[in-house]
Design a binder for this molecule. Sequence first.
Ligand code: ACO
Length: 335
Amino acid sequence: MKAGILGIGDALPPRVVTNDDLVAQLDTSDEWIVRRTGIRERRWLAADETLADLAASACSAALEDAGTAASDVDQVIVATITPDQLTPGLAPAVAAKLGAESAAVVDINAACTGFLYGLDHAAALVESGRARNVLVVGAEALSRITDHDDRATAVLFGDGAAAALVGPITEGLGIAGFEFGHDASLAGLLFAEREERKLRMAGQEVYRHAVARMTEATERLLARSGVQAQDVDLFVAHQANARIITAVADALGIPHERVSFNVEWTANTSAASIPLGLAAAQRDGLLKPGALVGMVAFGAGFVWGAGLTSWKDQAALSSASGEARTSITTTRSRQ
Ligand code: ACO
């Protein structure tokens, strides 16, 4: 049995924080932030809003998109580094808010790569027959671990949540595979200490490693899968910085019109950024059923990963377009 993405949904806090809002507090400028990062605005949760509510909203939207009832969800996997409390994690509250009463619940922490790990785990559960419907939600409140007085990091982060429903598919490529890597010897370049609870990073070093590792991981995955870069219909890289995304896409030879850029209005939302990109792309009509999607992330650890999936294979099968993919070989023949 194969597993595929059957639905997608997202949720952002109502409060919009523009670059000009930050200029009023910090020695920075809209011009610097846009030129160095591509970010124009971000969303922040209010003090009385919870990340669990935001994550549950994203999950509800994904279930609605898939036409699946919450009672049919077997497991909820939340990827986050910013749960509302140190413990419990978010997953129990998210399942309760959804009404997914019989679901297993778990949080995972792989920083910006968390959503890809969640997708890999969900696909394994579905493919092994241990679960039928698994919700994977990336949810972050990075504004709560940001040093708002440090201009080098204060402008970079935002809050948000987005979810994918993973379930069985009868035909099509589905969630095809992943390439993961880690290097703990460089953990000191990007971290938040238990006591201080603020993100600290050596920006230029992180930038350099992010471009190299995301490019390598994607190249390895494409080579292993027998896929050419030009076969990828949409490339969704972790949205930390538009320059990083552009550098990786250029190194891979993926044209910019096939690259997701939502960092402009979300900023860096860590584990939420890839599913936020997927949800926005579907809304914008960039993801047709059967489309081949490349994903790649890099973050604290360092932990990184690349993934390949086709989009909503079941919908492709039920359509008259005849574009359903049944193997990687099918995608190569489209060149
Ligand atoms: N406004 C104005 N000036 C600033 C600001 C700011 N907000 N921040 C830094 N500067 C200044 C610096 O003080 C420095 O000044 P100086 O030359 O007088 O010393 C100058 O701008 C250049 O600073 P750099 O750090 O060299 O700027 P850089 O071009 O490297 O951009 C940035 C910084 C945007 C952080 C970049 O390094 C970057 O994107 N790094 C990667 C971040 C990342 O990918 N994080 C992902 C992991 S984190 C996560 O996802 C949870």
